[in-house]
Ligand binder design. Structure first.
Ligand code: FAD
Length: 393
C-alpha cells in the first residue's frame, strides 16, 4: 500500500510530491503520481507555449523546488541572469524557458519521475479502511490521496459556437489543434478574450498575421492576479476562514479579490506597441452570432456591425474546477461534502475533504479546487506551496 497517491502531475501534484520526498522523509516507493501525460508538468508547459507566454507572471521565488532561492541559484550557476526579467514594483520574473529548465532540473535531481504512473484516474473507492484509486492501468491502494487535477475538465465556449458545423474556423487556445506559432490562415484572426492569455496570443501573432483582439470589456492592467497579501496564510485565515465553510459569502470574497481577465502592464505595453505599429487592432464588443462563408466566417457583433474573418481564436476561460468529472465521481463514492458552486468543503487546517457527516476524509486538495480554503492564489504556484505546508503539517 502507498502512503500517498497524487492525482495529477502538473505544477501542484509535482510540487507536493517533491515536498513529500525532500521534506517529509517519504521514499519513491511510498508515492505514486497518476498522470496521463508522458511527462510531469507537460500540461502547464504546453499551455504556456501555445499561448505565446514569454515570462511568468509570478516572481522568481515561485517554482516547484522546496527552497525559495533554488531558481536564482540555478540561473546563476547556468549564467542565465538575463532570464530573470526586471519588473517595475515587483521582484524579477523568470522567462518561461528558464522556469521550465529549472523545473526539469528539480524533477531530475529528486528522481520524481520514478513516482509517475502514466494513467488517468477514474474514481476513488474506500475498502477495508484504505483508499483505492481506479485507473486504466489498475488500482492503487493508498492511505492518502492528493487531488491535484488543475482547472475544470473543459474549456468555456460562448453560446454562439454551438450551432457551428464541424470544421468551422473556430479554435480554442487550449485545443491541441491550436499553436500561436502557426499563422497560416488567410484573412484576419480575431482573438476573443480580455485577459492575459488573449493579449499574449495577439502579441505572438502580431507581425505575421492580421490580428484583432475582441474583448467584451475595456482592457484593464494589473500586475498580479490578486493583492499579494493573499499569498500570506495569516491573511487568508483572518479574511476567509471565519466565513462559513462552503458558503456563498466565502466564494464571493474570493471572487472579489481576484483580478480575473486583466493584463499585466508588461504584456499591455507589448499590445500597445503592436497597435502603434498597426499590427494589432483592439475592439470592445461581443459576438452575437457567426456563420461560415467561403472565405472563413461572417461574424456579427451585438452592436449590429459585421465582419468577415479568417478564424476566431477563443481565449476564454476553463470550465470551473468543480465541474471536472472526477470531482463528482469521488464526492459520490466517498460521500464527501460540496458547498456553493459545487466546490469541495475542506478542513481549513489540513485541506482534507470533509465527509457529509463532517469527519475528515483522507482525500486532500491542492490547486484551483482548494480556492475556498486557500484563497485567490490557490491555483497559482504559491498556492501549491501554501497547500503543501498544510498537508505536511
Ligand atoms: C498559460 C498559463 C500561464 C500561467 N502562468 C502562471 C504564472 O506565471 N504564475 C503562477 O503562479 N501561475 C500561473 N498560472 C496558473 C497556474 O500556476 C497553472 O495553471 C498551473 O498549471 C496549475 O497547476 P495544476 O497542477 O493545478 O494544474 P495543471 O498544471 O494543469 O496540472 C493538472 C494535471 O492533472 C492532470 N489530470 C487531470 N485529470 C486527471 C485525472 N483524471 N487523472 C490523472 N491526472 C489528471 C492533467 O493531465 C494535468 O497534468 C498559469 C496558467 C496558465 C494556463
Amino acid at each position: 500500500m502507498y502512503d500517498y497517491v497524487i492525482i495529477g502531475g502538473g505544477i501542484h501534484g509535482t510540487y507536493v510530491a517533491n515536498c513529500l520526498l525532500s521534506d517529509a522523509g517519504y521514499s519513491h516507493s511510498d508515492i505514486r503520481i497518476v498522470e496521463p501525460r508522458a511527462e510531469l508538468l507537460d500540461s502547464f508547459a504546453s499551455k504556456a507555449r501555445r499561448c505565446g507566454m514569454e515570462s511568468l507572471r509570478s516572481p522568481f521565488v515561485h517554482h516547484i523546488d522546496t527552497e525559495p532561492f533554488s531558481l536564482r541559484s540555478f540561473v546563476e550557476g547556468a549564467e542565465r541572469d538575463g532570464e530573470l526579467v526586471p519588473t517595475t514594483s515587483h521582484p524579477n520574473r523568470p522567462t518561461l524557458d528558464v522556469f521550465l529548465d529549472h523545473a526539469r532540473d528539480t524533477i531530475e535531481r529528486g528522481h520524481i519521475e520514478r513516482c509517475h504512473v502514466r494513467a488517468r484516474a477514474n474514481g476513488i473507492t474506500e475498502r477495508h479502511g484504505a483508499l483505492e484509486v481506479e485507473t486504466g492501468e489498475g488500482e492503487f491502494a493508498t492511505r492518502n490521496v492528493v487531488l491535484a487535477i488543475g482547472p475544470g475538465g473543459g474549456r468555456t465556449r460562448p453560446e454562439w459556437t454551438e450551432s457551428l458545423p464541424d470544421g468551422a474556423p473556430v479554435v480554442h487556445v487550449w485545443d491541441d489543434a491550436f499553436d500561436s506559432a502557426e499563422t497560416a490562415v488567410d484573412g484576419r484572426t480575431v482573438v476573443v478574450g480580455g485577459g492575459i492569455t488573449a493579449a499574449q496570443v495577439c502579441c505572438r501573432l502580431a507581425g505575421s498575421a492580421d490580428v484583432m483582439l475582441l474583448s467584451r470589456h475595456p482592457l484593464e492592467n494589473t500586475l498580479t492576479e490578486a493583492d499579494p497579501r493573499w499569498m500570506n496564510w495569516d491573511h487568508i485565515e483572518k479574511e476567509i476562514h471565519p466565513l462559513p465553510a462552503g458558503s456563498q459569502a466565502r466564494y464571493n470574497r474570493i471572487r472579489a479579490a481576484r483580478n480575473d481577465a486583466t493584463i499585466p502592464p508588461y504584456v499591455g505595453e507589448r499590445l500597445v506597441a503592436g497597435r502603434e505599429r498597426g499590427e494589432i487592432d483592439v475592439l470592445i464588443g461581443e459576438i452575437a452570432c457567426t456563420s461560415p462563408t467561403d472565405d472563413g466566417l461572417l461574424v456579427r457583433l451585438r452592436d449590429g456591425t459585421a465582419m468577415t474573418v479568417g478564424q476566431v481564436v477563443l481565449a476564454t476561460r476553463f470550465d470551473p474546477a468543480p465541474e471536472h468529472p472526477l470531482v463528482s465521481a469521488v464526492a459520490q463514492s466517498l460521500s464527501l461534502e460540496r458547498g456553493t458552486n459545487r466546490f469541495p468543503v475542506l478542513d481549513d487546517h489540513t485541506l482534507a475533504w470533509r465527509r457529509r457527516d463532517s469527519t475528515n476524509s483522507n482525500v486532500y486538495i491542492s490547486g484551483a479546487l482548494a480556492e475556498p480554503t486557500v484563497g485567490p492564489f490557490a491555483r497559482n504556484i504559491i498556492g501549491a506551496r501554501r497547500a503543501a505546508e498544510r498537508l505536511l503539517a
